[in-house]
Write a protein that binds this ligand. Structure first.
Ligand SMILES: C[S@@+](CC[C@H](N)C(=O)[O-])C[C@H]1O[C@@H](n2cnc3c(N)ncnc32)[C@H](O)[C@@H]1O
Length: 243
């Protein structure tokens, strides 16, 4: 079948040839960060660009409320936001949790630096959230942090098929504590589907198999939608480590 993204895939492969350590995720993040840094905001309601506008706190409020209701953390719960971006969601967890109870991880630091500006020095000083890149040191830091809850909002859908093993492997490492919970959003479809250049959907069994060390305790399905001719359905997952 013809690949509608052939040119853009080729462009990524050219960059990767120059820097073999470059992942698709970091390639996309660096490109977006470069546009934002030169003032090309694009969609002002985008997950990252909201940190550069006035609507930062309201932009993530509804989704954060849904996640907070589902997770119902106690203030001392240690929480990792995997793929925290510019803290559109993370800011609400930082505000609510006790000092030192939040760790944000992302592929590039530029996104969470935008978010830190938006959160403001006073709240950062009061709550002492921590941040790190998603690399071996960041995952090791996350393991030592001893998370009670790891959440990953609108990240999985952007993970390139060559990088899903690392994504789920990292989530498993971060949820090593007995009873630790993993909450993340994704999309499902009867067969694997690339519904946009950086958007993938998988059958439900794919997620369950990738996280078979954990118990699947909850799924919440959203309204199916069609993009580029592919129908996929949003889903929120909660997995839990037995213990
Ligand atoms: C759409 S943004 C969502 C940001 C934030 N979670 C939110 O809801 O506002 C996706 C984020 O996932 C991060 N990310 C982490 N791992 C990734 C991966 N393997 N592939 C793509 N993006 C990844 C990106 O750098 C980006 O910050």
């Amino acid at each position: 079948m013809e690949n509608p993204y052939e040119k853009r895939d080729l462009r990524f492969r050219k960059f990767k040839k120059r820097d073999p350590s470059l992942s698709f995720g970091r390639y996309m993040a660096e490109r977006m960060h470069a546009s934002l840094a030169r003032g090309d905001i694009g969609n002002p309601d985008g997950a990252i660009s909201v940190a550069l506008g006035e609507s930062f706190w309201s932009a993530g409020e509804a989704r954060a409320r849904t996640l907070l209701a589902a997770i119902a953390p106690v203030p001392t719960d240690k929480i990792i936001d995997y793929g925290c971006g510019a803290l559109r969601i993370g800011a609400h967890f930082i505000r609510r949790q006790n000092p030192g109870c939040f760790l944000g991880l992302d592929l590039i630091d530029g996104f969470y630096e935008f978010g830190k500006q938006a959160v403001g020095a006073a709240l950062l000083a009061e709550k002492a959230p921590r941040f790190h890149l998603i690399d071996e040191a960041g995952i090791a830091l996350g393991e030592a942090f001893g998370a009670d809850v790891v959440y990953s909002n609108v990240v999985c859908v952007h993970v390139h098929p060559d990088e899903t093993a690392e994504y789920f492997g990292n989530l498993l490492r971060l949820t090593h504590k007995p009873g630790a919970r993993l909450v993340f959003s994704a999309r499902i479809s009867p067969t694997p589907v690339r519904f946009e250049f950086d958007g993938w959907s998988w059958p439900l069994a794919f997620y369950r198999d990738a996280l078979c060390e954990l118990e699947l305790v909850r799924t919440v399905l959203g309204k199916p939608s069609t993009r580029n001719g592919f129908e996929t359905q949003p889903i929120d997952f909660e997995f839990r480590r037995r213990g």
